[in-house]
Design a protein around this ligand. Structure first.
Ligand code: FMN
Length: 187
């Protein structure tokens, strides 16, 4: 069992980062192998709509997505973690997601199958408490998971947390993140 954690905040040791670390700890506690990628540290171009992926499922842009595609297409579990920026996922995460059009093409155009039974979870954290705070992020995350052949299996949505590392004042929420990782690794 391999769990890929996608850390979508530019803020290292921020709320998203700390929540994802707990989730990965939870997965590790069940014997899963884990890998965390910090999207902000990678060189990933936005999708340029060259549509090379429609021909063979590969993007013609050569950057850090090259190393990510195999993981996104085969790791058993994917945890997508992002702060809420303007009612959506962070720009870092959105750029990575858009480049997954290549994986969408593999499945939907070229009829290649990713590893079956893969599951994903969303961790999102925002400062305010608006009723629709997570609607945009959930919609994009669900469609992202679908595009890469992963079912949307779990979520942890955290409201009212703003300052860097403020999540440490919410030990119960950190525990919930740990439990999410644990559950995912048991599925
Ligand atoms: C560019 C930007 C946009 C933001 N937009 C929202 C928003 O729409 N709603 C909200 O509740 N919080 C918003 N926030 C606050 C962050 O979601 C919040 O500070 C979060 O805890 C940051 O997580 P991090 O420490 O993992 O980066 C925004 C912050 C930034 C920097």
């Amino acid at each position: 069992m391999k769990v890929l954690g996608i850390m979508g905040s530019p803020r290292i040791k921020g709320n998203t980062d700390l929540l994802l670390d707990e989730a990965l700890k939870g997965a590790r506690s069940q014997g899963a192998g884990v890998e965390k990628i910090i999207v902000d540290r990678l060189n990933i171009s936005p999708c340029r709509e060259y549509y090379g992926c429609l021909r063979d499922g590969n993007c013609i842009i050569k950057d850090d997505m090259d190393a990510l595609y195999p993981k996104l297409f085969s790791d058993d579990m994917v945890i997508l973690a992002s702060p809420i920026f303007f009612y959506g996922l962070s720009a870092q995460v959105k750029v990575l997601i858009d480049r997954c059009q290549a994986l969408w093409s593999r499945i939907n155009v070229l009829h290649q199958q990713p590893t079956p039974g893969r599951k994903g979870a969303l961790i999102a954290v925002g400062a305010t408490r608006g009723q629709k705070l997570f609607d945009g992020a959930i919609l994009t995350a669900k469609y992202f998971f679908k595009a890469i052949g992963v079912s949307y299996a779990d979520e942890l949505l955290v409201q009212g947390v703003d300052k860097r590392g403020e999540i440490k004042e919410h030990p119960t929420t950190l525990l919930e993140a740990f439990e999410l990782g644990k559950r995912l690794a048991q599925k």
